[in-house]
Design a protein around this ligand. Structure first.
Ligand SMILES: Cc1ncc(COP(=O)(O)O)c(C=O)c1O
Length: 457
């Protein structure tokens, strides 16, 4: 009896909430986004069902605007949190911000019915998976270890793509994956039957024939790329094995907006549309910078919906960066300052070991409170403690002189930093700390000498 009453009250509450949200949307009030995100699946569907095209576009704008505001405020508060940390270097991950990104990803799912997997290669700190699992469909893995981590720590769908599986790898991959994606007809021929016998879905990665990634190192479709079967070979070999393949996968983007996806899709469709009949799914890969302020979410939603309508397949996305974009920082301390034509601050963190993409990509991370060299009063080169001459983050200027012992906060360091960090020169790995949703700071991992030693023979 009481339960009945409660559920009727909840109904009335939800109806009021929905009315309130619809009012906020028509008033272009950003509170609509927060109210939308806390509704359950059914009520979110009711909100979307009550909106026309213009209302949906407004809601999208409000979702992105609300997210931006929360991230701006978090960045303003980051130096205060950094000062409160006892030991550096430390990767400091903000659970609240990950959840904000998750909400945007789920909004794409709400609007399209697509499935979204988090790419573990970008971020695998399972201490925060608790805020990710309710929003996403699972993970994508690059091999046996990620697949196992995904199965054991994330606990939803696991899709694995590897450029080439060895005999031992494939057994572990199949044990922990729901779907295995092959990179060649040879691998499909060798392992496809085994995968199907175990009830696993089978996919094939193809080269979509178009990419706009400028750095060759990060362009999966660069000339002579080994990633994805090329169209000529696909045309020759696919018809004979079509019945064995459940879906096609492509990955051609890196930190890009949905206008690029549109052009990649045009090329993919031109090459592969005749073969999509009878497939269950198409995976659009990663590289979608969905949670970036200027990302055109409406275009992405339109593209997915049109594709699903046209081909009757499930669409998967597997972003990595977008899940934790701007949701973590690397806090470091100035250890010493030396002079050689300019002032050089030697930090307790290193580009080479703790933020390797800075050197590889290369890119310049933002340091809170800094500007380009020469813009503010005092310019310093920020450099690491390793022996590598080029272990330099960049030249930055500050309003005040940097003192030894000063804290520096490098932004956007959750993605591709923790997973890639090394102990080159015996440099210790940064601790990992999580700012929990209730505001507490939880140091979830402390690394020390043993971690360095365990990686040597
Ligand atoms: C096959 C595949 N899927 C997904 C991703 C994730 O991409 P991002 O983190 O740029 O979204 C990558 C990145 O390299 C990838 O190679």
């Amino acid at each position: 009896m009481r339960l009945c009453h409660r559920s009727r009250d909840e109904h009335v509450g939800a109806a009021l909430n929905i009315q309130e949200i619809l009012k906020c949307i028509s008033a272009k009030d950003t509170r609509a986004a927060a109210m939308y995100h806390v509704l359950n699946d059914r009520h979110r569907r009711r909100v979307l069902g009550a909106l026309d095209g213009k209302g949906l576009k407004t809601l999208t704008r409000l979702v992105m605007k609300a997210r931006s505001r929360i991230f701006r405020e978090a960045e303003e508060g980051a130096p205060r949190v950094a000062e409160s940390i006892v030991r550096t270097p430390v990767y400091l991950i903000d659970e609240n911000l990950i959840e904000e990104n998750m909400r945007v990803l789920r909004y794409v799912k709400d609007r399209t019915g697509c499935r979204i997997l988090h790419a573990l290669k970008a971020y695998a700190s399972f201490a925060t998976f608790g805020v990710m699992t309710p929003y996403l469909d699972g993970v994508c893995a690059s091999g046996a270890n990620e697949a196992r981590l995904g199965r054991e720590e994330f606990g939803k769908e696991v899709h694995t793509f590897g450029a080439a599986y060895g005999e031992k790898d494939i057994r572990a991959v199949l044990r922990y994956s729901d779907c295995v994606i092959f990179n060649s007809f040879h691998q499909l021929d060798r392992y496809g039957a085994m995968a199907r016998r175990l009830g696993r879905q089978v996919g094939l990665r193809v080269n979509p024939g178009h990419a706009e990634v400028e750095t060759a190192m990060y362009n999966p479709c660069a000339p002579r790329s080994r990633l994805g079967v090329v169209h000529d070979e696909f045309e020759r070999c696919f018809p004979a094995v079509a019945g064995q393949v459940g879906g096609l996968h492509f990955h051609a983007m890196c930190e890009q907006n949905s206008d690029v996806l549109q052009r990649v899709l045009e090329s993919f469709e031109r090459l592969y549309a005749p073969y999509l009949q009878g497939l269950k799914w198409v995976n659009f890969g990663g590289g979608h910078h969905i949670t970036r302020d200027d990302y055109d979410l409406e275009r992405l939603i339109g593209l997915i919906n049109a594709f699903k309508r046209k081909y009757g397949v499930e669409v998967y996305l597997e972003p990595g960066e977008a899940s934790v974009y701007h949701a973590g920082v690397l806090v470091s301390t100035v250890v010493d300052i030396v002079t050689n034509e300019m002032e050089i601050a030697i930090l307790d963190t290193s580009a080479e070991t703790h933020m390797p993409d800075v050197l590889l990509m290369p890119y310049r991370p933002h340091v809170i409170g800094s500007a380009e060299a020469g813009v503010k009063e005092r310019t310093y080169r920020l450099a690491g403690p390793s022996c590598l001459a080029g272990d330099v983050v960049g030249d930055y200027s500050f309003d005040e002189p940097l003192e030894r012992g000063a804290r520096l906060v490098f932004t956007d360091m959750a993605l591709y930093s923790i997973v890639k960090s090394t102990t080159f020169n015996g440099i210790g790995l940064p601790y990992i700390a999580v700012l929990r949703r209730d505001g507490t700071l939880d140091v979830v991992k402390r690394f020390g000498y043993r971690d360095y030693r365990n990686r040597q023979s």
